[in-house]
Design a protein around this ligand. Structure first.
Ligand SMILES: Nc1ncnc2c1ncn2[C@@H]1O[C@H](COP(=O)(O)OP(=O)(O)OP(=O)(O)O)[C@@H](O)[C@H]1O
Length: 255
């Protein structure tokens, strides 16, 4: 089970004086251990800013974040991160890029050889282990980045629109992999998306974020059975959740 993430009175303002941009907050939010929480909000409302602060890669202007009882005070290496733009380095092969995440954490990739192979196979990249990123399609690169986020078996995952640039079929297939992984291991997942359907399909809780400065307007617990397969997605209750959230964005004037 992953950590409980406690966000307390968190605010971020970029710059000072008249040019300052109040990007986010104040926000109080508890992300329970083992939950899958999506942040759903319009462009520019501060979702990526929040993710960077949770990862310890960006300082808050005010407020604090705790992982269980440990305050976030610098970059965390015990979490898995995946962004919309992947972090593959061009001079390494696919398996070398996945191994890099281990090396950065002082782990020996040789101890993880089976895991790397299994992960790459699970996202259908077997046969491409020795290729370089430029030899892969955009979707294949994102699938390799997915393996990078998971290779060190983190129990907390931060995903910032990881599937945004994928084609519909790859997207659905990675959603399903992610859902299976979450059901089996119950990491704490924070997941940013623009897609209401994706948020409802994957999440135990959807947090609706207001336009900038982002605040959590609503927390909606998604009470649907797992796995959220095509049958669940076709159900009346699934559609009700989607409509409810669409209604909130309509009231903001962003839909
Ligand atoms: N380093 C920075 N310096 C100045 N302003 C910034 C910086 N990073 C973000 N901002 C501003 O903060 C606000 C929130 O940006 P952020 O990228 O967090 O939004 P977002 O909700 O992730 O948007 P999107 O959904 O389009 O990715 C924006 O107005 C942006 O211009």
């Amino acid at each position: 089970m992953g950590a409980t993430i406690d966000i307390r009175s968190l605010t971020k303002t970029f710059g000072v004086g008249p040019a300052a941009v109040h990007a986010f907050g104040p926000v109080d939010l508890t992300i329970e251990s083992g939950s899958f929480v999506s942040l759903l909000g319009p462009s520019g409302c501060g979702k990526s800013t929040l993710m960077l602060m949770i990862a310890g890669l960006l300082d808050a202007s005010r407020g604090e974040i705790f992982f269980d009882d440990r305050k976030v005070e610098g970059p965390r290496t015990d979490i898995g991160i995946m962004f919309q733009d992947n972090t593959l380095v061009p001079w390494r092969t696919v398996e070398g890029n996945v191994a890099l995440q281990l090396e950065l954490r002082g782990l020996d990739p040789r101890d993880y050889a089976d895991r790397i192979r299994d992960l790459l196979r699970s996202v259908k990249l077997d046969g491409f282990q020795r290729r370089h990123p430029y030899e892969l399609s955009g979707g294949m690169q994102q699938r390799a980045a997915f393996c990078q986020a998971l290779v060190h078996e983190p129990d907390t995952l931060l995903f910032d629109e990881p599937l945004g640039k994928l084609d519909a079929m790859t997207r659905e297939s990675i959603r399903s992999d992610l859902q299976t992984l979450w059901m089996q291991k119950r990491p704490t997942v924070v997941f940013v998306t623009h897609s209401i359907e994706e948020a409802v399909q994957l999440s135990s809780t959807v947090c609706v974020v207001t336009p900038r400065p982002g605040r959590i307007e609503r927390r909606i617990d998604i009470d649907l059975p797992w796995p959220r397969n095509l049958e669940v997605k076709a159900s009346a209750r699934f559609t009700q959740y989607v409509r409810e959230i669409q209604g909130i964005f309509h009231d903001y004037g962003v839909l």
